[in-house]
Each structure stands twice: as C-alpha cells, then as structure tokens.
Write a protein that binds this ligand. Structure first.
Ligand code: NAD
Length: 256
C-alpha cells in the first residue's frame, strides 16, 4: 500500500519510539520524510533505516520547545522536498512521578514547553504553509493522559489535555481551509520515554492510586508500530472526513 507517494511528511521526536515507527511507516508508503529530533545520532539512525528499506528521508535537528527552531525546520522541509503535506507533532517528555503539590517549577515549565508549546509551535509553522499550498494533514501525539487524570503525572496530564484542546481548535479553524488536524492518544507503549524521567518518586510509594497509567484491558503494552498504523490512517485519504478527533490507541483504557 503506497498512500503517500511523493508527499512530504515531517515527524518530530522521530529518533525513537512512536515517532521512529511513524517515520518508517510513512516512508514505506511512499512519503519523503523529514526526520526531526534533538538527538542527532538517533535521528540519523532512523534515516539510515528508512534508506535501507528503499525509502527517502533526511534528518533535521530541531528543538520543538523553540518556536524559531520549528519555523526553520518547516522551511527546510519545504526547501528539501517542495511541499509539506503531512506533519506528525509527536516529540514529548516525562519529568517523573510527583503529586500536584510536589511538582518542581522547572519540571513544570520544561515539560509544558516540549509537550504543549512544542505542538503549538509545530502547528503555528505548518498551518500557513499547508493552507497556502492547498491542503495538508496534521496529527498530534496526545496520550491517554489527555483524556483522563492520572495520579503522579500532573504536568504531563495538563500538557496532553492541552494537546487535545489545541487539536480541536486548530481543526475548527482550518476545517474550511483544506487542513485536517487530529490526534492519537496512545496507551502504554514500549518506547524509551521512561528513560527520560528525571528522578521523581517511585509511583508505588505515592499516597494515591497511580494504576490509571498502567491498567490496560487488553493486558499488554503497545508496540510503537500500532501507533504508526493509526497515525498513517489519519494522514491518509481514508480519513478524508475526519478532523478534530483524538483517537485512543490504548487497548481499551479509555473505555474503562
Ligand atoms: P521516546 O522517548 O521513545 O521518543 C521521544 C523522542 O522525542 C526522543 O527521540 C527524544 O529525543 C525526542 N525529543 C524529546 N524532547 C525533544 C525536543 N525538545 N525537541 C525535539 N525532540 C525531542 O518516547 P515515545 O513514547 O515514542 O514518545 C512519543 C510521544 O508519545 C510523546 O509525545 C509521548 O508523550 C507520547 N506518548 C507515549 C506513550 C508511551 O507509553 N510510550 C504513551 C502516551 C503518549
């Protein structure tokens, strides 16, 4: 199946996990992929993997928390491949498990800057380009934590609820202007994100229930490829009448 032949796709946080899987999936379906991350080594590895599979990709380093850097990233994408048809605003971090009253101010700001401001900065740069060229598709990575509260993850939950709201708003603003905007809400997925946790408490020792983040009705964690498949669906013409939604990809968590 080659649904994205000759289209340009930009994926942030593409050096690892869900972004890596999406970049590879979009490339396998014909897209020219701009692989972006703050981690150059991991990003270049993903480009090499795509090229080994016969696809086309290039790495561009960018920090999504820096709106000017993201503006430059989008310019480079358009300069490199001639358009921007698909954007997956996916980069995100965790800063550790703490109750709302104990979150460090620096952790609050650092996480909101990447997870929420980063998605806004992406769309700020991408939407005008897509409108001007006559259309495009954006998929943001939210989380199960964008749909329900989760003890110990206050800054993360706030950022992901923000992504869901921003996705709906951008979708409404651009519904008549050729750009669809949706999100995925992954449940627990086998990636490196746990490694990015900067200390924090052991969730088992917190004085409240933290099971919402780990209880999955299907009884297992997801593979990143299971997120990539849904992102690719949302990017494709199969989803031509879908905008403003956040699709839970969570083994049944949102139904619980
Ligand atoms: P990951 O840690 O494997 O990958 C995240 C990537 O983002 C890394 O390559 C990292 O270098 C990059 N990154 C971090 N900060 C960045 C910045 N400022 N600018 C650019 N790139 C940056 O994690 P993942 O699980 O693949 O996470 C991808 C997205 O999925 C995140 O938004 C995360 O919140 C979300 N998510 C993950 C899970 C899960 O269980 N893995 C669940 C729900 C949502």
């Amino acid at each position: 199946m080659e649904r994205f032949t000759d289209e340009t796709a930009l994926v942030t946080g593409a050096g690892s996990g869900i972004g890596r899987a999406t970049a590879r999936r979009l490339a396998s379906e014909g897209a020219n992929v701009v692989v972006s991350d703050i981690d150059e080594e991991r990003g270049e590895d993903v480009v090499a993997a795509i090229e080994d599979d016969g696809g086309t990709a290039t790495f561009v380093a960018a920090d999504v928390a820096d709106a000017e850097d993201v503006e430059r990233l989008v310019e480079v994408a358009v300069d490199t491949y001639g358009s921007l048809d698909i954007a997956h605003n996916n980069a995100g971090i965790l800063t550790g498990f703490e109750g709302v009253a104990d979150i460090d101010e620096g952790d609050w700001e650092a996480l909101i800057d990447v997870n929420l401001k980063g998605v806004w900065a992406g769309m700020k740069a991408q939407l005008p380009v897509m409108e001007e060229q006559g259309g495009g598709v954006i998929v943001n990575t939210a989380s199960e934590a964008g749909l329900v509260g989760m003890g110990g993850l206050g800054n993360y939950v706030a950022s992901k609820h923000g992504v869901v709201g921003l996705t709906k708003t951008a979708a409404l603003e651009y519904a008549g202007r050729g750009v669809r905007v949706n999100a995925v809400a992954p449940g627990p997925t086998e990636t490196n994100i746990q490694e990015t946790m900067a200390g924090g408490s052991d969730p088992r020792e917190l004085p409240f229930d933290t099971s919402a983040m780990s209880d999955v009705p299907m009884g297992r964690n997801a593979d990143p490829e299971e997120m990539a498949g849904v992102v690719a669906f949302l990017c494709s013409d199969d989803a031509s009448f879908v905008t403003g939604v956040t699709i839970p990809v969570d083994g049944g968590q949102a139904a619980d």
